[in-house]
Design a binder for this molecule. Structure first.
Ligand SMILES: CC(C)(COP(=O)(O)OP(=O)(O)OC[C@H]1O[C@@H](n2cnc3c(N)ncnc32)[C@H](O)[C@@H]1OP(=O)(O)O)[C@@H](O)C(=O)NCCC(=O)NCCS
Length: 197
């Protein structure tokens, strides 16, 4: 299977993600286009969207999965990112290295288990390596079992666990992957990537 991936510029990408997040019932707090634009402007980022043909209408292509990754600097001004860097300091080395943060992403329910998220992740890793990033980090929660299983299959290593005071299901798990050329050599998806206007 060949995956169709679109790479978006900031403004249109932010709007597309706001739109696709409407299809993710499990997340109460969806990101707005403004939130996405504010976070990504003035930093390196990649907005990817996977598209697939509708089963009953092969001529119609719909967005089915997305992934947004961005640069995470040693010194961040935005409170959420400053907090994140503070939490990662004891397990991720920032000095003299480019660190990428895998911020948001997912696959629409009906298209899960078909390799869409692997394809997006592999494409982001190719981009990250070419852009000089050394490591990609991601944050999830104990209760996001689908995501934890997926990150396991994609060979992310747990670097930190933060217990939640009341419910362990809410505890945070931080994972990371060192970006080397070996990573790209193990990729398995075949992808066509186009730049969206
Ligand atoms: C997690 C999620 C993105 C996976 O997307 P997907 O397109 O179904 O993933 P893929 O089909 O590309 O699977 C990638 C790998 O993970 C594995 N995997 C995916 N979902 C899995 C699950 N529920 N259990 C076990 N393994 C799973 C696949 O087998 C595959 O491994 P392989 O390539 O080695 O065979 C999707 O389930 C999702 O959007 N979930 C809700 C989002 C979420 O939980 N976010 C949490 C916030 S951090």
């Amino acid at each position: 299977m060949e995956y169709l991936i679109k790479q978006y510029p900031l403004e249109t990408g932010a709007l597309e993600i706001q739109y696709i997040e409407e299809f993710f019932g499990e997340f109460p707090r969806k990101k707005t286009a403004a939130e996405i634009t504010n976070r990504l402007q003035d930093r390196e980022f990649l907005i990817l969207m996977a598209e697939a043909r509708l089963g009953d209408d092969a001529g119609t292509v719909v967005p089915v999965a997305f992934k947004v990754v961005h640069e995470l600097r040693a010194v961040e001004a935005e409170p959420k990112l400053r907090d994140l860097v503070g939490r990662l300091r004891d397990c991720v080395r920032f000095d003299g290295r480019k660190v990428l943060y895998s911020w948001i992403g997912g696959t629409r329910r009906d298209w899960r288990g078909q390799g869409q998220f692997r394809a997006l992740t592999e494409e982001s890793e190719v981009w990250a390596l070419a852009s000089g990033f050394h490591e990609v980090v991601v944050k999830t929660k104990n209760r996001y079992y689908d995501m934890r299983s997926t990150l396991d299959h994609l060979e992310f290593d747990v670097v930190k666990y933060e217990a939640h005071p009341k419910s362990n299901r809410e505890s945070k798990v931080y994972l990371s992957k060192q970006l080397t050329s070996d990573v790209v050599r193990t990729h398995s998806s075949t992808r066509t990537v186009v730049l969206a206007g």
